[in-house]
Write a new protein. Structure first.
Length: 255
C-alpha cells in the first residue's frame, strides 16, 4: 500500500517520492537522510569540452556535472516545492582518488554524486537501471599527486557504474547518466510503497474519512469533520491516514 510518512520512517533501500521525483534511501541519520535518485536526472559529460578547469579535467568541483546539479536540477526541485535552505541539507563530498590522493579535497553542495567509496558501501541498496552507466564523483587519478597522473591520461578520467552494477572508468568527455545524491531533512513528508496491511490500522477502520477534510493556516493544521470528499475541492481532501499513513480513496476511486 502507499504510505505517507515522515522521511525518517522510510527504511534504507526503499524508494520514495517527493517533489514528483523518486529517490532511494541509503542511510538514516538523526536529522537527515542520505538518498540517491532512483532514475537519471539527465545524461551528460562529466565535463564538456568547452568548460575550463583550474586543477584537473576530472575535478568535480568545477565540472559540468556540478554546474548542472547546483543549477537547473536544484531549480527543478525548488519549482516542485523544495525548500533549498530547509528541506535540502549540505552534502560534503570526499574527492579522494583510489591511490589516496586528495588533491581535489572536499566539496560541499546541495546536490552531488556518490563517490566510489560510497558506492562500495551502499551498492546492495541501489536499484540497477537498464540505461547506460552513471557517473560517480571520484577521479581515477589527480594531475599533480597521483603517479603518472597526466602521462597515463588518468587525470582525464572519472569512475562510473554500469547497468549491471559493476564500476569502471572513462574519459570525462563521455556522456553518462546523472543520479543525484542528496541529504534531505528527515522530517519531510514523503510517499512510498509499503508491504503493510492494506486494510490499514484501527484508526483507519473506525474514523469516518468520508466526512473529513483539513485546513492549514498560521495557527497550524487541523482535520475538519464536515464536507469531506463531497463538500471540499480535491486539494483540501484528507488523502491519507495520519496514524499509519495509508493512502485513502473516495468512493469513485475504488476499483
Amino acid at each position: 500500500m502507499v504510505k505517507h510518512t515522515k522521511l525518517r520512517e522510510v527504511p534504507a533501500g526503499t524508494t520514495f517520492t517527493v517533489w514528483d521525483h523518486r529517490f532511494t534511501v541509503l542511510k538514516q541519520d538523526e536529522d537527515r537522510t542520505f538518498v540517491l535518485a532512483a532514475e537519471f536526472a539527465t545524461t551528460m559529460p562529466f565535463r564538456r569540452s568547452e568548460d575550463e578547469y583550474k586543477v584537473g579535467y576530472n575535478d568535480f568541483r568545477d565540472s559540468s556535472v556540478r554546474a548542472y546539479l547546483e543549477g537547473p536540477y536544484m531549480d527543478e526541485l525548488v519549482k516542485a516545492g523544495a525548500d533549498r535552505n530547509g528541506d535540502i541539507l549540505p552534502l560534503s563530498i570526499d574527492l579522494k582518488s583510489p591511490d589516496g590522493q586528495r588533491e581535489y579535497g572536499f566539496d560541499v553542495v546541495s546536490a552531488g554524486l556518490l563517490t566510489l567509496e560510497q558506492y562500495g558501501e551502499f551498492w546492495q541498496l541501489i536499484p540497477l537501471l537498464d540505461d547506460d552507466g552513471w557517473w560517480l564523483a571520484s577521479p581515477y587519478k589527480t594531475p599533480n599527486r597521483s603517479p603518472y597522473g597526466y602521462s597515463s591520461s588518468g587525470a582525464t578520467r572519472a569512475f562510473l557504474v554500469y547497468s549491471d552494477g559493476n564500476w569502471y572508468l572513462n574519459n570525462c568527455s563521455s556522456s553518462y547518466g546523472i543520479r543525484p545524491a542528496l541529504n534531505l531533512n528527515s522530517e519531510l513528508l514523503v510517499s512510498w510503497e509499503s508491504e503493510g496491511d492494506e486494510e490499514g490500522c484501527e484508526f483507519c477502520n473506525t474514523f469516518d474519512f468520508g466526512a473529513a477534510s483539513y485546513e492549514v493556516d498560521k495557527y497550524g493544521a487541523r482535520v475538519l469533520l464536515a464536507g469531506g470528499y463531497n463538500g471540499f475541492p480535491k486539494e483540501r481532501q484528507l488523502r491519507f491516514c495520519p496514524v499509519c499513513g495509508r493512502e485513502l480513496k473516495n468512493n469513485d476511486e475504488e476499483e
